[in-house]
Design a protein around this ligand. Sequence first.
Ligand code: ADP
Length: 768
Amino acid sequence: MEKLGVILVPDMVLFPNSEIRIEFDNIQDQSIISILEENSDQLMLIVNPLIDDFQNITSLPNVGVVGKIKLKMDVPNNKTRIVISGLKRVFIEEYINNNDTYEAIIEDIPLINNQEEETYIRILAKSIEKYINSVPYMSNAILSKLSTIESLNELCDLIGTFLPFSYDKKKKYIIEINPIIRAKTIIKDMNEDIKLLELEKQIEEQVEKEISESQKEFYLREKIRAIQKELGDVNTKDDEVADLKYRLSKLKCNQKIKDRIKKEISRYESTNSNSPELGTIRDYLDWMLNLPWNKYTKDIEDLNKVKHTLDLSHYGLDDVKLRILEYLAVKQNTQNLRSPILCLVGPPGVGKTSLALSIAKSINRHVAKISVGGINDEAEIIGHRRTYVGANPGRIIQGIRKANTANPVFIIDEIDKMTKDIKGDPASSLLEVLDPEQNSKFSDHYIEEEFDLSKVMFIATANYIDQIPYELRDRLEIIQLSSYTEFEKLDIAKNYLIPKALEEHGLTQLQVQFSDEAILLLIRNYTKEAGVRELERLIASLLRKIVKKLLTDFNIVAYQIDENNIQEFLGKKKYKYFDQENYKQIGVVNGMAYTAFGGDILPIEVTYYKGSGKLILTGSLGEVMQESARIALSYIKSNSLYFKINPKVLEENDIHIHVPEGAVNKDGPSAGITLATALISLFTKKAVDSNIAMTGEITLRGRVLEIGGLKEKIIGAARAGIKKIILPLENENDLDEIPKEIKDNLNFILVSNYQEVYKSIFEVNKNG
Ligand code: ADP
């Protein structure tokens, strides 16, 4: 048993067969000084307290290492440095406290020779080898020393000294007297460290990869910038922000909009260049800065000038032009207050859109033009919210931006072709747009700020008045345009379409001349339309061919287009024009229809064969038309005596009614008298003239009721070569609208009862 002075070391360990260096203050560290003074053989016990904050003996371990001073030297600042070598690990029997210096009574630890130790020596040696290989900064100097060591105890201490572990770990190695347990702890610690290092390595690699990728991107971006700079189109974010701010300073709009744009520019500035949001903000700013918030054109108010412009662009249409002028006059007088919206209604190609364009030109306004045909989503009108991917403003704002003024003539085409479904009702959104009470504060979902539409002059167009959504119709001032007669078309062609087309093709009136007959041939045999769109196209295609001829054949200087050479240019006639050799047929009678091409005749065919009185209807007839057929048949059955039809024939046969062309949908009650006439013709075997056409609803009692679209129907029938037209007396007033040159060629028979129809067809026949 020995007694040794204790030096408490709280931050490093002394292993047997190694050294530590301690520096102490010559005045303050009295405990060390006294130990060194009292002890002649320079031995002491190095003890590591169990807890960091040493307080009393109970927190001292019962194992320490005996050390011996190897070197002692004075260093500046009144300090002394000692180097202590570790001799052996010992048990501490007891600590003795003498005025805050401690002494310990120590005892040697007996060495137990254990067979297992051999195995652990090998394992430990392997582990340290593995550890050195895995840890890049470990020197392998220790490996050469391993072979000189025989006991596990010593090996553990050697390795313990060598390992770059923390004080806390090493302290455990000192305190543990069983070398096998100590070896196990060291191995476990080394393995953990290896794992940790691997993890670290992985993370480092990952980070490195990320860094190198972002460096790559940065490099590429820099390169793009350099290239752009070289090309002179530098577009860095800074430049862009400067540009946006400049544009804002030049923008004419109210303060609220300015503030909003300013806010968005700041957002743009503070958003990371790589953020996808940047593009979205940029797009929004683009819209805001390009909208004509406060841009207006000044109207031409001289209505004579306006009329002159309209006359220059459109032939005829006197009523229409008059109504437009009246409308403009009222608008001027009331300063835009609640004037209704113009709506031009009529078949295709009669000049609705072009007239609206001409109105814009005549009062010096820009034009916005959209079509709402087929729209079923209200977002198309009022935009998508910005949170929606790929959001855009609606068509109204898009149109305004294109027009680039806040008071354009805004043409809304096909207002009768919107549909309504789950995505909402575009008609009601359009109503908000058109309503002068609301549209000064029009708010598009994308733009979010209010845009004043109250100075816009809206003009809608439609083909069918009844298909315009009801709530909209209420707001509209309907102006009806109708089909042109052949002679109107001739005039339009001569005075408007041909001169315009010649100019567009770089030709003069001297180079190409059209005879009237040639133009009529174009109208009658190459087109079938209410308006003049097809005719216009045809003239263009004719002129293209002529330009080519003039350029390739220098012998030709001028061209005369007449009936004879038209076929050479345009190929075979496309439509038959009945200038009618009349013929008679049993069971076929011409009805009159109002189709997308304007008016036309609609032959109705009937036949019968053995059966049981069934009625078969074909030709895509709508429900109302089918009912009409049944009413006509019932009427004939109940009046068979009058019409001299054997009732048995009606009972013992099936009757088939067909209305060509089968694929075109037809509906409406106006074929009533035609159906009845075809049936009577069939059962009485009396033929009907092919140049007669008729229209009128029939009731069970044989009354003939008013029908719609008469003007179009009559013009269409005249075009088809009809000479005699039977129509309801109730429609008499409509005849006033029919152009004189058409009326002059037609014989009208007005009826209020079917018997009058019967008489005029069949009894005239009998007499004649
Ligand atoms: P819509 O809008 O009714 O379908 P457009 O306005 O597109 O018809 O007219 C088709 C073409 O016919 C245009 O080139 C137009 O100039 C011409 N057009 C139609 N009506 C007339 C007219 N009365 N006078 C001169 N050109 C006309």
